[in-house]
Ligand binder design. Structure first.
Ligand SMILES: [Zn+2]
Ligand SMILES: [Zn+2]
Length: 162
Protein backbone atom coordinates (compact mmCIF):
# COMPACT_ATOMS: atom_id res chain seq x y z
CA UNK A 1 0.00 0.00 0.00
CA UNK A 2 1.51 3.32 -1.09
CA UNK A 3 1.77 6.24 1.28
CA UNK A 4 0.28 9.52 0.18
CA UNK A 5 2.13 12.78 0.85
CA UNK A 6 -0.50 13.70 3.41
CA UNK A 7 -0.14 10.38 5.17
CA UNK A 8 3.62 10.78 5.31
CA UNK A 9 3.31 14.14 7.01
CA UNK A 10 0.83 12.82 9.57
CA UNK A 11 3.04 9.83 10.12
CA UNK A 12 6.10 12.00 10.74
CA UNK A 13 4.25 13.81 13.52
CA UNK A 14 2.63 10.75 15.08
CA UNK A 15 5.79 8.68 15.01
CA UNK A 16 7.77 11.28 16.91
CA UNK A 17 4.96 11.95 19.35
CA UNK A 18 5.47 10.16 22.64
CA UNK A 19 1.79 10.06 23.32
CA UNK A 20 1.25 7.45 20.64
CA UNK A 21 2.26 3.87 21.19
CA UNK A 22 3.54 1.92 18.20
CA UNK A 23 0.37 -0.15 18.36
CA UNK A 24 -1.74 2.96 18.04
CA UNK A 25 0.31 4.16 15.10
CA UNK A 26 -0.11 0.79 13.32
CA UNK A 27 -3.84 1.04 13.86
CA UNK A 28 -4.04 4.70 12.87
CA UNK A 29 -2.22 4.14 9.58
CA UNK A 30 -3.67 0.65 9.04
CA UNK A 31 -0.29 -0.92 8.53
CA UNK A 32 1.70 -3.70 10.11
CA UNK A 33 4.50 -2.99 12.53
CA UNK A 34 7.12 -3.98 9.96
CA UNK A 35 5.76 -1.55 7.40
CA UNK A 36 5.72 1.24 10.00
CA UNK A 37 9.30 0.55 11.04
CA UNK A 38 10.68 0.42 7.52
CA UNK A 39 8.80 3.57 6.57
CA UNK A 40 10.27 5.41 9.54
CA UNK A 41 13.68 4.15 8.50
CA UNK A 42 13.17 5.30 4.92
CA UNK A 43 12.01 8.72 6.11
CA UNK A 44 14.91 8.85 8.55
CA UNK A 45 12.74 9.73 11.50
CA UNK A 46 13.43 8.44 14.95
CA UNK A 47 11.08 7.72 17.75
CA UNK A 48 11.97 9.50 20.93
CA UNK A 49 11.68 6.72 23.47
CA UNK A 50 9.24 7.51 26.19
CA UNK A 51 10.79 6.78 29.52
CA UNK A 52 7.92 6.89 31.87
CA UNK A 53 8.99 6.72 35.46
CA UNK A 54 6.69 3.94 36.53
CA UNK A 55 7.28 1.46 39.32
CA UNK A 56 8.05 -2.12 38.30
CA UNK A 57 5.01 -4.13 37.35
CA UNK A 58 3.03 -1.08 36.33
CA UNK A 59 1.87 -0.05 32.90
CA UNK A 60 -0.19 2.69 31.32
CA UNK A 61 -3.36 1.56 29.55
CA UNK A 62 -3.24 2.90 26.02
CA UNK A 63 -7.03 3.29 26.01
CA UNK A 64 -8.01 4.95 29.30
CA UNK A 65 -4.43 6.19 29.95
CA UNK A 66 -4.54 5.03 33.57
CA UNK A 67 -1.42 3.67 35.22
CA UNK A 68 -2.35 0.24 36.55
CA UNK A 69 -0.62 -2.82 37.95
CA UNK A 70 0.20 -5.69 35.60
CA UNK A 71 -2.63 -7.76 37.10
CA UNK A 72 -5.04 -5.32 35.51
CA UNK A 73 -3.87 -6.39 32.06
CA UNK A 74 -4.48 -9.65 30.26
CA UNK A 75 -1.49 -11.55 28.93
CA UNK A 76 -0.28 -11.16 25.40
CA UNK A 77 2.58 -13.47 24.60
CA UNK A 78 3.85 -11.56 21.59
CA UNK A 79 4.00 -8.20 23.37
CA UNK A 80 7.32 -6.92 24.65
CA UNK A 81 6.08 -6.75 28.23
CA UNK A 82 3.82 -9.78 27.81
CA UNK A 83 0.68 -7.73 28.38
CA UNK A 84 -2.16 -6.33 26.32
CA UNK A 85 -2.01 -2.59 25.59
CA UNK A 86 -5.54 -2.14 27.00
CA UNK A 87 -6.36 -2.80 30.65
CA UNK A 88 -8.89 -5.54 31.50
CA UNK A 89 -11.72 -3.07 31.94
CA UNK A 90 -11.10 -1.45 28.57
CA UNK A 91 -10.47 -4.80 26.88
CA UNK A 92 -13.70 -6.30 28.27
CA UNK A 93 -15.65 -3.27 27.17
CA UNK A 94 -14.09 -3.47 23.73
CA UNK A 95 -14.83 -7.22 23.42
CA UNK A 96 -18.42 -6.74 24.55
CA UNK A 97 -19.01 -4.02 21.98
CA UNK A 98 -17.41 -6.17 19.29
CA UNK A 99 -19.63 -9.12 20.24
CA UNK A 100 -22.79 -7.04 20.22
CA UNK A 101 -21.87 -5.67 16.83
CA UNK A 102 -21.34 -9.18 15.47
CA UNK A 103 -24.59 -10.49 16.93
CA UNK A 104 -26.49 -7.66 15.38
CA UNK A 105 -24.95 -8.56 12.05
CA UNK A 106 -26.03 -12.19 12.33
CA UNK A 107 -29.69 -11.51 13.11
CA UNK A 108 -29.88 -8.96 10.34
CA UNK A 109 -28.47 -11.40 7.84
CA UNK A 110 -30.79 -14.17 9.03
CA UNK A 111 -33.86 -11.99 8.62
CA UNK A 112 -33.02 -10.86 5.15
CA UNK A 113 -31.12 -13.70 3.65
CA UNK A 114 -33.77 -16.42 3.61
CA UNK A 115 -37.33 -16.40 2.35
CA UNK A 116 -39.93 -19.15 2.61
CA UNK A 117 -41.52 -19.79 -0.76
CA UNK A 118 -45.29 -19.58 -0.59
CA UNK A 119 -45.62 -22.34 -3.15
CA UNK A 120 -43.14 -25.07 -2.18
CA UNK A 121 -42.75 -23.89 1.43
CA UNK A 122 -39.02 -24.28 1.19
CA UNK A 123 -36.73 -21.79 2.83
CA UNK A 124 -34.40 -20.51 0.17
CA UNK A 125 -31.72 -17.91 -0.24
CA UNK A 126 -33.19 -14.55 -1.24
CA UNK A 127 -31.38 -14.72 -4.58
CA UNK A 128 -33.76 -17.56 -5.53
CA UNK A 129 -36.57 -15.01 -5.59
CA UNK A 130 -36.92 -12.54 -8.41
CA UNK A 131 -37.84 -8.94 -7.79
CA UNK A 132 -41.35 -7.99 -8.77
CA UNK A 133 -41.01 -5.08 -11.16
CA UNK A 134 -44.28 -3.52 -10.00
CA UNK A 135 -43.65 -3.54 -6.26
CA UNK A 136 -39.86 -3.52 -6.25
CA UNK A 137 -39.97 -6.30 -3.66
CA UNK A 138 -39.01 -9.94 -3.84
CA UNK A 139 -41.68 -12.26 -5.18
CA UNK A 140 -43.29 -14.59 -2.67
CA UNK A 141 -42.69 -17.62 -4.86
CA UNK A 142 -39.24 -18.86 -5.70
CA UNK A 143 -37.97 -18.70 -9.25
CA UNK A 144 -38.31 -22.43 -9.77
CA UNK A 145 -41.97 -22.49 -8.71
CA UNK A 146 -42.63 -19.34 -10.69
CA UNK A 147 -41.15 -20.80 -13.87
CA UNK A 148 -43.05 -24.07 -13.45
CA UNK A 149 -46.27 -22.17 -12.94
CA UNK A 150 -45.79 -19.73 -15.82
CA UNK A 151 -44.65 -22.43 -18.20
CA UNK A 152 -47.87 -24.26 -17.61
CA UNK A 153 -49.34 -20.91 -18.55
CA UNK A 154 -51.76 -21.26 -15.71
CA UNK A 155 -50.31 -19.09 -12.99
CA UNK A 156 -53.60 -17.25 -12.61
CA UNK A 157 -55.51 -20.47 -12.03
CA UNK A 158 -52.85 -21.81 -9.78
CA UNK A 159 -52.90 -18.66 -7.68
CA UNK A 160 -56.67 -18.96 -7.38
CA UNK A 161 -56.66 -22.64 -6.56
CA UNK A 162 -53.80 -22.74 -4.15
ZN1 LIG B 1 -7.95 1.04 30.35
ZN1 LIG C 1 -40.86 -22.58 -4.41
Amino acid sequence: MRWTKEEEEKFRIAYQDNNYTLEEICWKFKRKRNAIMSKAHAMQIKRIPQKEDLPDGYKRCSKCKEVLSFEQFYDKRKAKDGKQPYCKTCKNKYNKEKKEENNKGITLVKEQKFIVCSRCNEEKLYTSFDIDKKTGKRKKTCRKCYIIATNKNSIKEWEKGD
